[in-house]
Design a protein around this ligand. Structure first.
Ligand code: BDR
Ligand code: CA
Length: 314
């Protein structure tokens, strides 16, 4: 089978870096045709530079990176240096990228790439606030039925939120964008924090990753060493979820995920719950089931696969 063609929309972020390396280490199954960046974990100039650093680390400077929107559609940008550090990729000392950013805007690229690809071919994976995709859908609604699927890291329901008691960070930063995408009719798969919290990276796994000896694996382990420090108050173990990597894991091994097709809406009105993904798990509303909600991952095969694929990079 030909590899699945994806565009990764991202705000790196250590866990975004894992997701990208995991995908680039899996060329038989996944072809990353382009990367678009968005302001999120850190401001756009940093997320764009970080995306270039990660493709260079993977030995894939040929993957084009396009800078998209610097901030959300309506709200003011909220960043997460408290999780990811000042650079967004704290923990690894990656060289300044030599590859330039593409000159085309990320939103224009999304529209062009999706319109030019055969219908049903492209998947967009969003690993940050969904601003770029929502803007592209606003600019050119004909892209919506042309997409194979949108697979996103964001949201949650049963675990509560990590940005507010009700909302997960990616959706909270740009709830209006998420609302637009969830309402669009595009086939959606959501790896929310209910799902990502079920796959905790352990220190033993990190040691094994580092011991594989590839540069990509060693730098990924360095990134994880910084990233795992945040959240000890919550998890009570040295292990942490690597949220965005769960999107790549799903593309590669959907069978190790428990899931259910549900009606999901994004709250954009209430000040207390703005950014909440409201999952109709029991289908009490009778609304159209617009989203494949991932609920649990089998951690062992997930981490084995990620180790294998990242360590296959140079
Ligand atoms: C999400 O927010 C960011 O901090 C991570 O990169 C991930 O995409 C987790 O809530
Ligand atoms: Ca992210």
């Amino acid at each position: 089978m030909a590899p699945r063609k994806i565009i990764i929309d991202t705000d790196p972020g250590q866990d975004d870096a894992f997701a990208i390396l995991f995908a680039l280490g899996s060329p038989a199954e996944i072809e990353v045709v382009g990367i678009t960046t968005v302001g999120g974990n850190v401001p756009l100039p940093l997320t764009s530079k970080n995306a270039l650093k990660v493709v260079e680390l993977a030995g894939r400077p040929d993957v084009p990176v396009y800078a998209g929107c610097p901030g959300p559609m309506v709200k003011t940008l909220m960043t997460a240096e408290y999780v990811h550090g000042k650079t967004g990729l704290d923990g690894a000392d990656l060289p300044e990228p030599v590859t330039p950013l593409q000159s085309e805007h990320g939103v224009n690229y999304l529209v062009r790439a999706i319109m030019d690809a055969p219908e049903g071919e492209l998947t967009v994976c969003t690993l940050g606030p969904m601003t770029n995709l929502a803007m592209a859908m606003t600019m050119e609604p004909r892209i919506i039925p042309r997409l194979r699927e949108v697979v996103l890291m964001g949201g949650g329901f049963f675990e509560g939120g990590n940005a507010t008691p009700a909302a997960e960070f990616n959706i909270f930063v740009d709830p209006h964008a998420a609302h637009k995408v969830f309402d669009s009719g595009v086939p959606l798969t959501m790896a929310g924090i209910d799902c990502t919290y079920t796959a905790m990276m352990t220190l033993e796994w990190l040691d094994r990753l580092r011991a594989t000896g590839s540069r990509a694996a060693i730098e990924a382990a360095n990134l994880a060493d910084f990233y795992r420090q945040y959240g000890s108050h919550k998890f009570g173990t040295p292990g942490r979820p690597i949220h965005d990597a769960c999107v790549t894991g799903y593309l590669l091994a959907p069978k190790i995920y428990e899931k259910r097709q549900c009606a999901v809406t994004v709250e954009i009105v209430s000040p207390e719950t703005i950014g909440m993904t409201v999952v109709d798990w029991w289908h009490v509303t009778g609304r159209r089931k617009n989203c494949n909600v991932l609920r649990r991952i089998e951690p062992a095969p997930f981490f084995e696969l990620m180790l294998q694929r990242i360590s296959a990079l140079p």
